[in-house]
Ligand binder design. Sequence first.
Ligand SMILES: [Zn+2]
Length: 228
Amino acid sequence: MVAEAWAEIQALGDGAHYCKVDLHVHTPASHDYADKRAAHGDLIKKARAVDLDMIAVTDHHTAQGVDPMRDAAKGTGVLVLPGVEVSASGIHILAIFAEDTPAAKIDDYLLPRLGVKPDERGRPETTASMELSVPKVLQEIMEAGGIAVAAHTDSDKGLTSTFRGQARIDLVRDLRLGVVEITKAETTKYLDGTDPNYKRELTCIQSSVRSGRASARPHPLPASAGCG
Ligand SMILES: [Zn+2]
């Protein structure tokens, strides 16, 4: 009996499996991407060079970079998740989808519902950006089947650095917000469930850009990234 149970346990492998990911990657589909001539294959090579297992393509208001990155990643072992970065009420929110989600789910479903016009695709801000409320974006992302991430939350155009008081508490406690991208390690202190206002433990991912530069400079691929 014990031997059988032990064999079963051993068959489970090493237990926890850690992978290295960057869930906020821009491509030349973002208008503010520095190197317009960058080839998607080179971006995947850079991801492999720093041992990334998975990336999410999150360009500004477009999923145009998703399929080229998927094609470039074929056979490389890098998993590409489709996504997008949306601006609302002065902050940036990522929507990240399951691996097999068509890019059209973002381009033809989510973005029109958020009032993004076809000629605004790829732009960091849109005409709808300032009027769009964060709860509306969280709701639309959820209904589209995505996970909402507060992008560079503690930096420029981040959720917790932009909102104050009860508005910030309400947003951090909004269960439609699944993950927070942080640029400073100390931010985890008030998002670990012990803060008397937030009373919520949120999954934090480390941004691949240096502190304070998340919005000033798009993330070409990746200074460093990691998660458990
Ligand atoms: Zn951003």
